[in-house]
Ligand binder design. Structure first.
Ligand code: LLP
Length: 431
Protein backbone atom coordinates (compact mmCIF):
# COMPACT_ATOMS: atom_id res chain seq x y z
CA UNK A 1 0.00 0.00 0.00
CA UNK A 2 1.05 3.57 -0.52
CA UNK A 3 -0.36 7.05 -0.64
CA UNK A 4 0.16 8.03 -4.29
CA UNK A 5 -3.10 8.18 -6.20
CA UNK A 6 -5.04 10.10 -8.83
CA UNK A 7 -7.65 12.53 -7.60
CA UNK A 8 -9.66 14.06 -10.48
CA UNK A 9 -6.94 12.79 -12.86
CA UNK A 10 -4.12 14.59 -11.03
CA UNK A 11 -1.50 12.54 -9.21
CA UNK A 12 -1.40 13.23 -5.49
CA UNK A 13 0.91 12.27 -2.68
CA UNK A 14 -1.38 12.09 0.35
CA UNK A 15 -3.25 15.43 0.27
CA UNK A 16 -0.81 17.29 -1.97
CA UNK A 17 -1.02 17.59 -5.78
CA UNK A 18 2.41 16.65 -7.04
CA UNK A 19 2.23 19.22 -9.81
CA UNK A 20 2.06 21.94 -7.16
CA UNK A 21 5.35 20.61 -5.77
CA UNK A 22 7.18 20.57 -9.10
CA UNK A 23 5.94 24.07 -9.90
CA UNK A 24 7.49 25.20 -6.63
CA UNK A 25 10.64 23.09 -6.47
CA UNK A 26 11.41 22.13 -10.07
CA UNK A 27 12.46 18.75 -11.45
CA UNK A 28 13.92 16.16 -11.19
CA UNK A 29 12.24 15.88 -7.81
CA UNK A 30 12.00 13.02 -5.35
CA UNK A 31 8.74 13.04 -3.37
CA UNK A 32 8.21 10.84 -0.30
CA UNK A 33 5.04 10.07 1.62
CA UNK A 34 5.49 10.12 5.39
CA UNK A 35 2.22 8.26 5.86
CA UNK A 36 3.44 5.44 3.61
CA UNK A 37 6.75 5.25 5.46
CA UNK A 38 5.12 4.96 8.85
CA UNK A 39 2.41 2.57 7.73
CA UNK A 40 4.96 0.20 6.16
CA UNK A 41 6.99 0.26 9.34
CA UNK A 42 3.93 -0.26 11.52
CA UNK A 43 2.58 -3.13 9.41
CA UNK A 44 5.82 -5.04 9.69
CA UNK A 45 6.13 -4.21 13.36
CA UNK A 46 2.59 -5.42 14.06
CA UNK A 47 3.07 -8.64 12.08
CA UNK A 48 6.12 -9.43 14.19
CA UNK A 49 4.46 -8.54 17.48
CA UNK A 50 4.65 -12.10 18.85
CA UNK A 51 8.45 -11.85 18.74
CA UNK A 52 10.79 -9.82 20.85
CA UNK A 53 12.08 -7.91 17.83
CA UNK A 54 13.81 -4.82 16.51
CA UNK A 55 13.36 -3.53 12.97
CA UNK A 56 16.67 -2.04 11.87
CA UNK A 57 15.95 0.02 8.76
CA UNK A 58 18.70 -0.46 6.15
CA UNK A 59 19.91 3.13 5.75
CA UNK A 60 21.49 2.31 2.40
CA UNK A 61 18.00 2.23 0.88
CA UNK A 62 17.25 5.85 1.76
CA UNK A 63 19.42 7.93 4.05
CA UNK A 64 17.57 11.24 3.99
CA UNK A 65 17.57 12.70 7.50
CA UNK A 66 13.81 13.33 7.46
CA UNK A 67 13.14 9.72 6.41
CA UNK A 68 15.43 8.46 9.18
CA UNK A 69 13.79 10.78 11.72
CA UNK A 70 10.35 9.51 10.68
CA UNK A 71 11.46 5.95 11.34
CA UNK A 72 13.39 6.76 14.52
CA UNK A 73 10.20 8.37 15.85
CA UNK A 74 8.47 5.02 15.27
CA UNK A 75 11.10 3.28 17.38
CA UNK A 76 13.16 1.84 14.52
CA UNK A 77 16.75 0.79 14.84
CA UNK A 78 19.10 1.05 11.87
CA UNK A 79 21.32 -1.18 9.78
CA UNK A 80 24.34 0.85 8.73
CA UNK A 81 27.31 0.07 6.49
CA UNK A 82 29.65 3.00 7.03
CA UNK A 83 30.65 5.70 9.48
CA UNK A 84 28.79 8.10 7.24
CA UNK A 85 25.53 6.19 7.66
CA UNK A 86 25.99 6.01 11.43
CA UNK A 87 26.58 9.75 11.53
CA UNK A 88 23.47 10.26 9.42
CA UNK A 89 21.41 8.22 11.87
CA UNK A 90 22.77 10.20 14.80
CA UNK A 91 22.22 13.51 12.97
CA UNK A 92 18.62 12.44 12.39
CA UNK A 93 18.07 11.73 16.08
CA UNK A 94 18.45 7.94 15.94
CA UNK A 95 20.34 6.19 18.71
CA UNK A 96 23.57 4.29 18.14
CA UNK A 97 22.59 1.61 20.63
CA UNK A 98 19.90 0.51 18.13
CA UNK A 99 22.33 0.26 15.22
CA UNK A 100 23.95 -2.77 13.67
CA UNK A 101 27.00 -2.30 11.49
CA UNK A 102 27.18 -4.53 8.39
CA UNK A 103 29.60 -4.80 5.49
CA UNK A 104 32.70 -6.74 4.47
CA UNK A 105 35.20 -3.87 4.60
CA UNK A 106 34.91 -1.92 7.85
CA UNK A 107 37.98 0.28 8.27
CA UNK A 108 39.78 0.82 11.60
CA UNK A 109 38.54 4.38 11.74
CA UNK A 110 34.97 3.22 11.24
CA UNK A 111 35.30 0.61 13.98
CA UNK A 112 36.70 3.23 16.37
CA UNK A 113 33.83 5.60 15.59
CA UNK A 114 31.15 2.93 15.97
CA UNK A 115 32.63 1.58 19.23
CA UNK A 116 32.81 5.05 20.74
CA UNK A 117 29.25 5.72 19.63
CA UNK A 118 28.14 2.51 21.38
CA UNK A 119 26.43 0.55 18.59
CA UNK A 120 24.37 -2.55 19.34
CA UNK A 121 26.45 -4.94 17.27
CA UNK A 122 29.06 -5.28 14.57
CA UNK A 123 27.91 -7.84 12.03
CA UNK A 124 31.28 -9.29 11.11
CA UNK A 125 31.85 -10.99 7.79
CA UNK A 126 35.31 -12.57 8.22
CA UNK A 127 37.85 -13.68 10.82
CA UNK A 128 40.34 -10.93 9.93
CA UNK A 129 37.52 -8.48 10.65
CA UNK A 130 36.85 -10.08 14.05
CA UNK A 131 40.56 -9.82 14.83
CA UNK A 132 40.57 -6.15 13.84
CA UNK A 133 37.48 -5.31 15.92
CA UNK A 134 39.07 -7.10 18.88
CA UNK A 135 42.33 -5.19 18.50
CA UNK A 136 40.59 -1.81 18.21
CA UNK A 137 38.38 -2.58 21.20
CA UNK A 138 41.45 -3.55 23.23
CA UNK A 139 43.14 -0.28 22.37
CA UNK A 140 40.05 1.67 23.42
CA UNK A 141 39.61 -0.48 26.54
CA UNK A 142 36.15 -1.49 25.41
CA UNK A 143 34.27 -4.70 24.77
CA UNK A 144 32.89 -4.84 21.23
CA UNK A 145 29.52 -6.54 20.72
CA UNK A 146 29.66 -8.74 17.62
CA UNK A 147 27.61 -11.13 15.55
CA UNK A 148 28.94 -13.15 12.67
CA UNK A 149 27.16 -13.20 9.36
CA UNK A 150 26.39 -16.73 8.29
CA UNK A 151 26.02 -17.47 4.61
CA UNK A 152 23.34 -20.18 4.44
CA UNK A 153 23.95 -20.97 0.75
CA UNK A 154 20.34 -20.47 -0.25
CA UNK A 155 19.36 -19.15 -3.66
CA UNK A 156 17.09 -16.15 -3.20
CA UNK A 157 15.77 -16.27 -6.81
CA UNK A 158 16.43 -12.60 -7.31
CA UNK A 159 18.61 -10.48 -9.62
CA UNK A 160 22.23 -11.69 -9.72
CA UNK A 161 23.53 -8.29 -8.58
CA UNK A 162 21.46 -8.35 -5.40
CA UNK A 163 21.65 -11.98 -4.31
CA UNK A 164 23.97 -12.46 -1.38
CA UNK A 165 23.23 -15.74 0.34
CA UNK A 166 25.13 -18.24 -1.80
CA UNK A 167 28.78 -19.30 -1.70
CA UNK A 168 29.32 -17.59 -5.06
CA UNK A 169 29.56 -14.19 -3.42
CA UNK A 170 31.70 -12.29 -0.95
CA UNK A 171 29.25 -12.10 1.94
CA UNK A 172 29.36 -13.83 5.30
CA UNK A 173 31.01 -17.03 6.41
CA UNK A 174 29.98 -20.50 5.19
CA UNK A 175 27.53 -22.36 7.42
CA UNK A 176 29.94 -25.24 8.01
CA UNK A 177 32.68 -22.93 9.27
CA UNK A 178 30.66 -20.88 11.71
CA UNK A 179 31.09 -23.03 14.82
CA UNK A 180 34.86 -22.93 14.50
CA UNK A 181 34.74 -19.18 14.01
CA UNK A 182 32.67 -18.68 17.20
CA UNK A 183 35.00 -20.97 19.14
CA UNK A 184 38.02 -18.91 18.09
CA UNK A 185 36.21 -15.59 18.51
CA UNK A 186 35.15 -16.56 22.02
CA UNK A 187 38.84 -16.50 22.97
CA UNK A 188 39.27 -12.91 21.82
CA UNK A 189 39.20 -10.91 25.03
CA UNK A 190 37.68 -7.70 23.78
CA UNK A 191 34.71 -9.21 21.98
CA UNK A 192 31.28 -10.07 23.29
CA UNK A 193 29.50 -12.60 21.09
CA UNK A 194 26.07 -11.05 21.03
CA UNK A 195 24.26 -12.64 18.10
CA UNK A 196 24.20 -14.30 14.73
CA UNK A 197 23.20 -12.63 11.48
CA UNK A 198 22.22 -13.62 7.96
CA UNK A 199 20.90 -11.89 4.83
CA UNK A 200 20.22 -13.80 1.64
CA UNK A 201 19.43 -11.10 -0.89
CA UNK A 202 17.19 -8.25 -1.86
CA UNK A 203 13.81 -7.91 -3.63
CA UNK A 204 12.66 -11.41 -2.68
CA UNK A 205 9.08 -11.88 -3.71
CA UNK A 206 8.54 -15.31 -2.18
CA UNK A 207 8.71 -16.33 1.44
CA UNK A 208 10.17 -19.77 0.69
CA UNK A 209 13.87 -18.78 0.50
CA UNK A 210 13.55 -16.89 3.82
CA UNK A 211 11.96 -19.89 5.51
CA UNK A 212 14.46 -22.25 3.92
CA UNK A 213 17.37 -20.18 5.17
CA UNK A 214 15.94 -19.86 8.69
CA UNK A 215 15.31 -23.62 8.84
CA UNK A 216 18.81 -24.35 7.61
CA UNK A 217 20.48 -22.07 10.13
CA UNK A 218 18.20 -22.93 13.06
CA UNK A 219 20.19 -25.85 14.57
CA UNK A 220 23.28 -23.67 14.50
CA UNK A 221 21.52 -20.71 16.13
CA UNK A 222 20.26 -22.92 18.95
CA UNK A 223 23.67 -24.43 19.56
CA UNK A 224 25.53 -21.12 19.50
CA UNK A 225 22.90 -19.33 21.58
CA UNK A 226 23.20 -21.94 24.32
CA UNK A 227 26.97 -22.07 24.24
CA UNK A 228 27.75 -18.37 24.03
CA UNK A 229 24.61 -16.85 25.57
CA UNK A 230 23.68 -15.05 22.38
CA UNK A 231 21.06 -12.38 22.68
CA UNK A 232 19.84 -11.97 19.09
CA UNK A 233 19.40 -13.54 15.69
CA UNK A 234 19.14 -11.18 12.72
CA UNK A 235 17.39 -12.55 9.67
CA UNK A 236 18.46 -9.63 7.48
CA UNK A 237 16.35 -7.68 5.02
CA UNK A 238 15.24 -8.49 1.52
CA UNK A 239 11.44 -8.25 1.55
CA UNK A 240 10.44 -7.45 -2.00
CA UNK A 241 7.94 -4.82 -3.13
CA UNK A 242 5.51 -4.33 -6.00
CA UNK A 243 7.13 -2.64 -9.00
CA UNK A 244 4.92 -3.85 -11.85
CA UNK A 245 1.58 -2.70 -10.52
CA UNK A 246 2.90 0.05 -8.34
CA UNK A 247 0.13 2.56 -8.88
CA UNK A 248 -2.69 0.04 -8.63
CA UNK A 249 -1.15 -1.39 -5.46
CA UNK A 250 -2.01 1.83 -3.66
CA UNK A 251 -5.73 1.16 -3.92
CA UNK A 252 -7.82 -0.93 -1.59
CA UNK A 253 -9.39 -2.84 -4.46
CA UNK A 254 -6.06 -3.98 -5.83
CA UNK A 255 -5.50 -6.10 -2.79
CA UNK A 256 -8.21 -8.43 -4.02
CA UNK A 257 -6.59 -9.07 -7.42
CA UNK A 258 -4.63 -12.13 -8.53
CA UNK A 259 -1.35 -10.19 -8.64
CA UNK A 260 -1.87 -9.04 -5.10
CA UNK A 261 -2.33 -12.61 -3.94
CA UNK A 262 1.13 -13.42 -5.23
CA UNK A 263 3.05 -10.75 -3.40
CA UNK A 264 4.92 -11.06 -0.18
CA UNK A 265 3.01 -9.19 2.51
CA UNK A 266 4.31 -8.63 6.05
CA UNK A 267 1.49 -10.86 7.27
CA UNK A 268 2.51 -13.72 4.96
CA UNK A 269 6.17 -13.24 5.86
CA UNK A 270 5.37 -13.28 9.57
CA UNK A 271 2.95 -16.22 9.29
CA UNK A 272 5.77 -18.31 7.86
CA UNK A 273 8.65 -17.08 9.98
CA UNK A 274 7.21 -16.30 13.43
CA UNK A 275 6.41 -19.97 14.24
CA UNK A 276 9.99 -20.92 13.36
CA UNK A 277 11.57 -18.08 15.30
CA UNK A 278 9.37 -17.79 18.38
CA UNK A 279 10.60 -20.97 20.13
CA UNK A 280 14.18 -19.64 20.01
CA UNK A 281 13.39 -17.09 22.68
CA UNK A 282 15.99 -14.75 21.20
CA UNK A 283 15.60 -11.14 20.19
CA UNK A 284 14.91 -11.17 16.43
CA UNK A 285 16.38 -8.42 14.30
CA UNK A 286 15.26 -7.51 10.79
CA UNK A 287 17.01 -5.25 8.32
CA UNK A 288 14.43 -4.17 5.75
CA UNK A 289 15.24 -1.27 3.47
CA UNK A 290 13.24 -1.48 0.26
CA UNK A 291 10.06 -2.70 1.96
CA UNK A 292 9.86 0.44 4.09
CA UNK A 293 10.79 3.15 1.58
CA UNK A 294 10.52 1.66 -1.93
CA UNK A 295 6.89 2.43 -2.66
CA UNK A 296 6.96 5.49 -0.40
CA UNK A 297 8.86 7.57 -2.96
CA UNK A 298 8.63 8.69 -6.57
CA UNK A 299 10.90 10.60 -8.91
CA UNK A 300 9.18 13.31 -10.94
CA UNK A 301 10.61 14.45 -14.26
CA UNK A 302 9.63 17.01 -16.88
CA UNK A 303 9.16 16.05 -20.50
CA UNK A 304 11.72 18.05 -22.49
CA UNK A 305 11.10 16.63 -25.94
CA UNK A 306 9.02 14.02 -27.67
CA UNK A 307 11.04 12.56 -30.52
CA UNK A 308 9.45 10.25 -33.05
CA UNK A 309 11.72 8.13 -35.21
CA UNK A 310 10.65 5.54 -37.76
CA UNK A 311 10.12 2.89 -35.13
CA UNK A 312 10.05 4.60 -31.80
CA UNK A 313 8.43 7.23 -29.67
CA UNK A 314 11.10 8.67 -27.38
CA UNK A 315 9.97 10.70 -24.41
CA UNK A 316 13.07 12.61 -23.34
CA UNK A 317 12.82 13.75 -19.73
CA UNK A 318 15.02 15.89 -17.49
CA UNK A 319 15.80 13.06 -15.06
CA UNK A 320 18.54 10.62 -16.00
CA UNK A 321 20.45 7.54 -14.95
CA UNK A 322 22.48 9.72 -12.58
CA UNK A 323 19.25 10.43 -10.65
CA UNK A 324 17.85 6.87 -10.70
CA UNK A 325 20.29 4.25 -11.86
CA UNK A 326 18.21 1.12 -11.23
CA UNK A 327 16.89 0.56 -14.79
CA UNK A 328 20.39 0.97 -16.26
CA UNK A 329 22.10 -1.09 -13.59
CA UNK A 330 19.65 -3.89 -12.87
CA UNK A 331 17.23 -3.64 -15.82
CA UNK A 332 14.69 -2.85 -13.18
CA UNK A 333 11.12 -1.91 -13.83
CA UNK A 334 9.71 1.39 -12.61
CA UNK A 335 6.17 2.25 -13.56
CA UNK A 336 5.94 5.58 -15.43
CA UNK A 337 2.77 7.63 -15.18
CA UNK A 338 1.82 11.18 -16.16
CA UNK A 339 1.07 13.66 -13.37
CA UNK A 340 -2.03 14.69 -15.32
CA UNK A 341 -4.04 11.82 -16.67
CA UNK A 342 -5.67 12.53 -20.02
CA UNK A 343 -7.90 10.46 -22.26
CA UNK A 344 -6.40 8.74 -25.30
CA UNK A 345 -4.78 5.48 -26.33
CA UNK A 346 -1.39 4.77 -24.79
CA UNK A 347 1.58 4.85 -27.17
CA UNK A 348 4.52 2.43 -26.85
CA UNK A 349 7.27 4.75 -25.65
CA UNK A 350 10.87 4.77 -24.50
CA UNK A 351 11.27 7.18 -21.60
CA UNK A 352 14.89 8.27 -21.65
CA UNK A 353 17.20 10.79 -20.01
CA UNK A 354 19.53 13.30 -21.66
CA UNK A 355 22.81 11.44 -20.94
CA UNK A 356 24.82 10.18 -23.92
CA UNK A 357 24.63 6.50 -23.04
CA UNK A 358 22.20 3.98 -24.37
CA UNK A 359 21.79 2.75 -20.77
CA UNK A 360 20.18 6.06 -19.88
CA UNK A 361 16.57 4.95 -20.06
CA UNK A 362 13.71 4.40 -17.64
CA UNK A 363 11.58 2.12 -19.81
CA UNK A 364 11.43 0.78 -23.34
CA UNK A 365 8.42 0.25 -25.60
CA UNK A 366 6.13 0.80 -22.65
CA UNK A 367 2.52 1.85 -23.35
CA UNK A 368 2.39 5.41 -22.05
CA UNK A 369 -0.34 8.00 -22.22
CA UNK A 370 0.42 10.63 -24.84
CA UNK A 371 2.56 13.37 -23.32
CA UNK A 372 4.00 16.59 -24.71
CA UNK A 373 6.81 19.01 -23.94
CA UNK A 374 6.32 20.58 -20.52
CA UNK A 375 4.23 17.71 -19.12
CA UNK A 376 5.47 15.82 -16.10
CA UNK A 377 5.85 12.10 -15.50
CA UNK A 378 6.43 10.20 -12.27
CA UNK A 379 8.70 7.18 -11.95
CA UNK A 380 7.13 5.12 -9.21
CA UNK A 381 8.69 2.96 -6.47
CA UNK A 382 11.79 5.13 -6.43
CA UNK A 383 11.99 5.58 -2.66
CA UNK A 384 14.59 2.85 -2.14
CA UNK A 385 18.00 2.81 -3.84
CA UNK A 386 16.94 5.93 -5.74
CA UNK A 387 18.41 9.19 -4.49
CA UNK A 388 21.08 7.34 -2.46
CA UNK A 389 22.60 5.93 -5.65
CA UNK A 390 22.54 9.26 -7.49
CA UNK A 391 25.73 10.81 -8.81
CA UNK A 392 26.97 13.97 -10.45
CA UNK A 393 27.66 12.21 -13.75
CA UNK A 394 27.57 14.73 -16.61
CA UNK A 395 27.92 17.51 -13.99
CA UNK A 396 24.26 17.13 -13.24
CA UNK A 397 23.31 18.43 -9.76
CA UNK A 398 21.71 16.09 -7.24
CA UNK A 399 17.95 16.54 -7.28
CA UNK A 400 15.84 17.97 -4.50
CA UNK A 401 13.76 15.80 -2.13
CA UNK A 402 10.39 16.65 -0.62
CA UNK A 403 8.50 14.97 2.21
CA UNK A 404 4.71 15.10 2.29
CA UNK A 405 2.64 14.68 5.42
CA UNK A 406 -1.11 15.05 4.88
CA UNK A 407 -1.62 18.49 3.34
CA UNK A 408 1.85 19.66 4.31
CA UNK A 409 5.08 19.37 2.38
CA UNK A 410 8.67 20.32 3.10
CA UNK A 411 11.89 20.31 1.13
CA UNK A 412 14.02 17.76 2.97
CA UNK A 413 16.99 18.22 0.69
CA UNK A 414 17.60 21.26 -1.43
CA UNK A 415 18.57 20.88 -5.05
CA UNK A 416 22.36 20.93 -5.25
CA UNK A 417 23.55 24.24 -6.69
CA UNK A 418 25.63 23.55 -9.81
CA UNK A 419 28.88 25.23 -8.57
CA UNK A 420 28.81 22.93 -5.51
CA UNK A 421 29.52 20.04 -7.86
CA UNK A 422 33.16 21.13 -8.21
CA UNK A 423 33.46 22.95 -4.90
CA UNK A 424 36.06 20.50 -3.54
CA UNK A 425 38.14 20.36 -6.71
CA UNK A 426 41.42 22.29 -6.92
CA UNK A 427 43.49 23.41 -9.87
CA UNK A 428 47.22 23.09 -9.01
CA UNK A 429 49.24 26.31 -9.13
CA UNK A 430 51.39 25.12 -12.03
CA UNK A 431 48.42 25.35 -14.35
N1 LLP B 1 20.92 -6.13 5.25
C1 LLP B 1 22.03 -6.34 4.50
C2 LLP B 1 23.17 -6.98 5.11
C3 LLP B 1 22.06 -5.91 3.16
O1 LLP B 1 23.15 -6.13 2.43
C4 LLP B 1 20.93 -5.27 2.60
C5 LLP B 1 20.91 -4.81 1.21
C6 LLP B 1 19.81 -5.08 3.42
C7 LLP B 1 19.84 -5.52 4.74
C8 LLP B 1 18.56 -4.40 2.93
O2 LLP B 1 17.95 -5.10 1.91
P1 LLP B 1 16.48 -4.73 1.42
O3 LLP B 1 15.52 -5.00 2.55
O4 LLP B 1 16.46 -3.31 1.04
O5 LLP B 1 16.25 -5.63 0.25
N2 LLP B 1 20.79 -1.31 -4.92
C9 LLP B 1 20.03 -2.54 -5.09
C10 LLP B 1 19.79 -3.25 -3.77
C11 LLP B 1 21.06 -3.59 -3.03
C12 LLP B 1 20.81 -4.25 -1.70
C13 LLP B 1 22.06 -4.40 -0.92
N3 LLP B 1 21.90 -4.94 0.41
C14 LLP B 1 18.72 -2.21 -5.79
O6 LLP B 1 18.51 -1.06 -6.18
O7 LLP B 1 17.91 -3.09 -6.03
Amino acid sequence: MHDFKYIRNELYCEGVAIESLVKKHGTPLYVYSQQTLTSHYQKLDAALAPLNHLICFAVKANGNLAVLRTLANQGAGFDIVSEGELRRVMAAGGVASNCVFAGVGKTEAEIVFALNAGIYSFNAESEPELARINAVAGRLRKIAPVAVRVNPNVDAHTHAKITTGTYENKFGIALEEIEGVYARASKLKHLRLRGLQMHIGSQLTEVTPFAEAVRKVMPLVKKLAAKYHLEFFSIGGGLGIVYQHALASGSDKWWKTAEAKNILTPEHYAANLVPLLEPLGLRILLEPGRFITGNAGILVARVEYVKRTGKKNFVIVDAAMNDLIRPAFYDSYHEVVPLSRKKGAPIPSDVVGPICESGDFFCKDRPLAKVKQGDYVALLSAGAYGFVMASNYNARPLSAEVLVNGNKSAVVRERQPVPKIWELERVPDWL
